[in-house]
Design a protein around this ligand. Structure first.
Ligand SMILES: [Zn+2]
Length: 417
């Protein structure tokens, strides 16, 4: 069976030039005795914005694995696919993030909901779960309501899962993640329990599940929310997962997946403590922030690299609304705090780099500039070869930033210490 390792870390590489520099970070973790396994991911949305094909992600990853002689596992994630988008990912992915968030809350078959409630008396009354202090309680009515909320989404996950398994030649040929993060309402731990029971009944051998947590997971910046509440919910989710594995026979390596997980510096100590305490696994998916490290590296290179970075910013500034629209729910930009193109024109490379690089207490850090550039990768794509040539010419300084960002600011606090 294609089985997901305990610690996996999803990296995006929008322009397919940084796989080796990303892999270097995993080597650094391995040198510290921590096996973190790389998963390269790129969603259909990003492919269509850039005009790239899913196969290019596999090819870039495979080349890096060969170049650096990486001997542990690695995966390629068809990120946020659905029935209409999965086909072109089938040959070049082994990990599938099955996104069914849009079906949450849509009406499901009443008889199927009733049958679920009948089948699961253990989900009614007080539910004692090891590791959770205050037992959950559900009535037949509240169980019916929760099951009704998620049944259609789970059935859809089942349809997509079976389709992929059929095309790949068996259920053991794929790693399935079910994602419900791109929706408005967070899923509480009791809902997570019902979702996992539904998935087990549907026969989905899910290895990782991405809930929407309470609080804001904006792209490329820190978590905004109540840390104590997050800690409680995260710990409860881990307990629920362990309980569901033993109660419903889900895969033993089933673990939680944190999407938009890059840059959530205030959460890492909480997550780390929970993983150490429970021995649970984690999949952390970053938000394609490697491309920001490319800009940082190019600006540090001064000269033409810095000039291009400034051009990209100036263009992004003129298209703030257009670029932000598809990401409205996952960014928080105060336009009044974006410096003018003229002002940025006067910056040295180090100032540009400091504005973008995520060191929250650095006096020159500007989260608004960072978030705007994060969603403006289309502009670099528009520059085509000019951008890519610049990456090649400055591969050393760019690569250094890519590696450092992943290892120092992410893997170290999460897994290494
Ligand atoms: Zn996601």
């Amino acid at each position: 069976m294609d089985s997901l390792e305990r610690f996996t870390f999803g990296v995006g590489d929008r322009f397919a030039h940084q796989a080796a520099a990303q892999l270097r970070a995993f080597e650094l973790a391995a040198e510290q005795g921590v096996a973190v396994i790389p998963v390269w991911n790129k969603s259909n949305r990003e492919h269509s914005f850039i005009g790239s094909e899913p196969q290019s992600v596999y090819d870039a990853a495979a080349a890096a694995i060969k170049e650096r002689q990486w001997s542990k596992g690695w995966h390629v994630d068809a990120d946020h696919i659905g029935m209409t988008t999965v086909d072109r990912f089938l040959n070049c992915s082994d990990f599938f993030t099955i996104d069914v968030a849009d079906s949450i809350g849509k009406p499901a078959d009443a008889a199927a909901i009733d049958a679920f409630v009948q089948r699961h008396p253990e989900l009614q009354g007080e539910i004692q779960i090891e590791g959770i202090e205050n037992p959950f309680s559900m009535t037949a009515d509240s169980l019916r309501q929760t099951a009704g909320q998620y049944l259609l989404a789970v059935q859809e996950a089942g349809t997509i899962y079976r389709y992929i398994a059929d095309k790949k030649g068996g259920e053991d040929q794929l790693i399935a993640e079910v994602s419900m993060d791109e929706t408005d309402a967070p899923q509480t731990p009791p809902e997570m329990l019902v979702i996992l029971a539904l998935l087990a009944d549907e026969g989905v051998r899910v290895q990782t599940i991405a809930p929407k947590f309470t609080g804001r997971f904006n792209k490329g910046v820190d978590y905004v929310g109540d840390l104590q509440q997050f800690e409680r919910e995260f710990n409860d989710d881990l307990a629920v997962i362990a309980h569901a594995v033993s109660t419903y026979g889900l895969p033993g390596n089933l673990k939680v997946s944190v999407h938009s997980g890059s840059d959530k510096f205030s959460l890492y100590p909480i997550i780390r403590k929970a993983l150490e305490r429970t021995g649970a696994g984690l999949h952390l998916k970053t938000a394609g922030t490697t491309w920001l490290e490319e800009l940082i590296g190019l600006s540090e290179a001064e000269g033409e690299g810095l000039a291009l970075a400034k051009e990209i910013y100036a263009y992004a500034l003129q298209h703030v609304e257009e670029f932000c629209a598809p990401y409205a729910s996952v960014i928080d930009i105060d336009a009044a705090k974006l410096p003018s193109a003229d002002e940025v024109q006067g910056w040295q490379g180090s100032q540009f780099a400091n504005a973008v690089r995520h060191i929250p207490d650095h006096p020159e850090f500007n989260p608004h500039v960072r978030q705007l550039l994060h969603v403006s990768f289309k502009v670099a794509a528009k520059h085509g070869d000019r951008y890519l040539n610049m990456l090649r010419e400055n591969s050393e300084i760019v690569g250094k930033n890519v590696t450092e960002n992943i290892y120092q600011r992410h893997m170290k606090p999460l897994f290494v210490g």
